[in-house]
Design a protein around this ligand. Sequence first.
Ligand code: COA
Length: 336
Amino acid sequence: MPTNNTYGIHIKGIGSYVPELIADNEMFSKIVDTSDEWITQRTGIKTRHITNGEPNYFLGAEAAKKAVADAGIKAEDIDLIIVSTCTPDFYTPSEAALIQREIGAIGSMAIDINCACTGFDYGLDMAKRYLQSEDGVDTVLLVATEELSKFVDYTDRSSCILFGDGAAAFVLERNKDTLWSSYLGADGSGAKFLVSRALKSENVFRTNKEDFDMAMPQTKDHFFAQDGKEVYKFATRALPDAVLHACEKAGMTPDELDCIVPHQANVRIIETAAKNLGVSMDKMVVYIDRYGNTSSASIPIAFCDAVAEGRIKRGDKVCFVGFGGGLTFAAVIFEY
Ligand code: COA
């Protein structure tokens, strides 16, 4: 395991926030042909938190305020805000700019990233690179905020039951590096498997009325569509593979990790991954029953719950591992 004295990431504060409105499986059985039994057995999900009019950036800002308070810093100390989201409120401004406004960190750099469910892992890796540079970045606020309910198709029983809304944030300071390894990647040949489309290309000068072949499925407006079976296959392969690669880079085995916090998409994916990795489910941090899949917020929300419940403690060796739209995959290993 690395004993690294170079500068990089130290996690100074954490926080999460989910909307108050809760939709349980019974509520879904009233809008589509499904049941609590089917959803529980096939996915492990019981409830999800869903917005009741509050925007995506609001969730992120609430989580950020908690992380800033937990870190004991002032918002003005933040040099860079990175926000991971695939469900922004606007094309412009960015969610990072809106969250900056809400928490009063005026003047910091502010940028959004979108790699769907792996965004928090990518954000940690990005933050490390900024904190390592001698460029005056000492404090980074990393936020994942997602309001998936706004693109969920609530007539599609195979996907609508999966998703929830929520946010989480870390305050990261430049200090002795505790991010031991990251293994990030993407496979764009699977872009068609998880889709929510943006505005179509229409302008007053357009003469070509034919649709450009984007090699993507036809979808209902912006509504989310997926090939559940393909995603399932990809996830059960990508998840253990990413953990093993990140462990190899860190010079350790999965056994030596105190816990693995996987993207919370389906408990069966997590169980298969644990089996393939040869680790027991006790090592896997799973709160999917409470929140469903909150895309890039799912890993840090689960982490915050595990810390609050005393399941993860300072000094623990933790692996965050995700997969998602893109298709993307990512694992990072750090000491909390
Ligand atoms: N309630 C009841 N029945 C349902 C249902 C629901 N909510 N959703 C699907 N079904 C039905 C199907 O219509 C199908 O019926 P049929 O046999 O009569 O055709 C049957 O259940 C089995 O469907 P199948 O697609 O094989 O189920 P599954 O066990 O593969 O579970 C998913 C479906 C979507 C839960 C699963 O494939 C999955 O989790 N995939 C990954 C999706 C994901 O994680 N996406 C986000 C990635 S970030």
